[in-house]
Design a protein around this ligand. Structure first.
Ligand code: NAP
Ligand code: ZN
Length: 347
């Protein structure tokens, strides 16, 4: 075991504060990573504040990690000291259940080991990327391609993969009309990805404030959903709508915007239930789906695609001691468009 500096939540109602945590000594298949950047996901706030479940504290959030390999275990074959790598939302899975053997370890039937807030195979509590260094099994480490800067790559490890998966799964490409709901961390990457895939992209935002940015990110159209006339005017329009909103919203109104056979893919994760009238699906043979991040292979495909197309997140780089302010601004939809912590400031 060895000690590293970190920022942790000590209770659901307490601000994050500087601390130290223990990392395990390297096993044969482990990689030690010096963390350079860590994105701040809305899920970090939800976990830190026990919005989804009662968490165990202290809790070190952070699952959009980029860094440099500092040491490798004796059995590691794919990574070497000095490599540019990333870690996303999960760092373990059973490897033997039906979903793991189908290549979809993110849906491991025994439960994935989250990057923070889980108990790992050694019985130890995982702690995330708001820290100096992390030890991760090589199978859960991603390669950051050359040409992708480490700071703008960090948010791709969660925001990127979470939106890349439904875009790919639903056949996004030229001739498809795709709407992204919510222009936050996930939403802004989704706009860039959908535009890079060749789709005609619309943004559905609850305010007019981000219109110019949306166009710059690649959106052809921008609609302000707080105007009650807007969604009815878009009836039967989109092939795919991706909902990234962190709060409950009117799903029937969103479903009504789908063209024949269209899908509403939900990746936003409010703690509360949202209802759907069956007729919203029956009309136009619409579907409502959800997905959680993507497989490790999907992550690598997404990173390679982003490097090829020049897609990175739009970030606001912050020193780690401004993390509590960043959480508050995230909750107020006041982020352009992802906070990324410069981990060199942890010192
Ligand atoms: P974020 O940066 O806070 O963005 C959410 C956006 O939703 C906001 O920028 C805002 O966009 C819109 N919004 C917020 N409150 C709203 C309200 N009351 N009514 C309408 N719109 C509202 O959050 P994020 O990091 O992108 O995460 C988004 C959600 O995805 C969170 O619930 C997060 O936990 C979840 N998530 C899911 C997965 C997965 O695997 N499925 C992975 C990561 C995150 P506008 O101002 O443009 O309306
Ligand atoms: Zn996340």
């Amino acid at each position: 075991m060895f000690t590293v500096a970190a920022y942790s939540a000590t209770a659901a109602t307490e601000p994050l504060a500087k601390t130290t945590i223990e990392r395990r000594a390297l096993a044969a298949d482990d990689v030690l990573i010096d963390i350079t950047y860590c994105g701040v996901c809305h899920s970090d706030v939800s976990h830190a504040r026990s919005e989804w479940r009662e968490e165990t504290y202290p809790l070190v959030p952070g699952h959009e990690i980029t860094g440099i390999v500092a040491e490798v275990g004796s059995g590691v074959t794919r990574y070497a000291v000095g490599d540019r790598v990333g870690v996303g939302c999960f760092v373990g899975s059973c490897g033997t259940c039906a979903n793991c053997t189908a290549g979809e370890a993110q849906y491991c039937l025994r439960g994935i080991t989250l990057t923070y807030g889980s108990i790992d195979a050694n019985g130890e509590r995982t702690q995330g990327g708001y820290s100096e260094r992390i030890v991760v099994r090589e199978d859960y480490v991603l390669r950051i391609p050359d040409g992708l800067a480490m700071d703008v790559a960090a948010p791709l490890l969660c925001a990127g993969i979470t939106t890349y998966w439904p875009l790919r799964h639903h056949g996004t490409g030229p001739g498809k009309k795709v709407a992204i709901v919510g222009l936050g961390g996930l939403g802004h990457v989704a706009v860039k990805l959908a535009a890079a895939m060749g789709a005609e992209v619309s943004v559905l935002s609850h305010s007019a404030a981000k219109q110019d940015d949306a166009k710059r990110l690649g959106a052809a159209h921008y609609f302000v959903t707080s105007d009650p006339a807007v969604l009815p005017s878009l009836e039967n329009t989109f092939d795919l709508v991706i909902n990234t909103v962190s709060a409950p919203i009117d799903l029937d109104a969103l479903l009504s915007t789908l063209a024949l056979g269209g899908a509403l893919a939900n990746v936003g994760a409010p703690g509360q239930s949202m209802s759907i009238n069956a007729w919203s699906l029956l009309r136009n043979r619409r579907s409502y789906t959800g997905s959680l991040i993507g497989s490790i292979q999907d992550h690598q495909d997404m990173l390679d695609f982003c490097a090829e197309k020049g897609v990175g997140a739009e970030i606001e780089l912050i020193p780690v001691d401004r993390i509590n302010e960043a959480f508050d601004r995230l909750l107020a939809s006041d982020v352009r468009y992802r906070f990324v912590i410069d981990m060199a400031t942890l010192g």
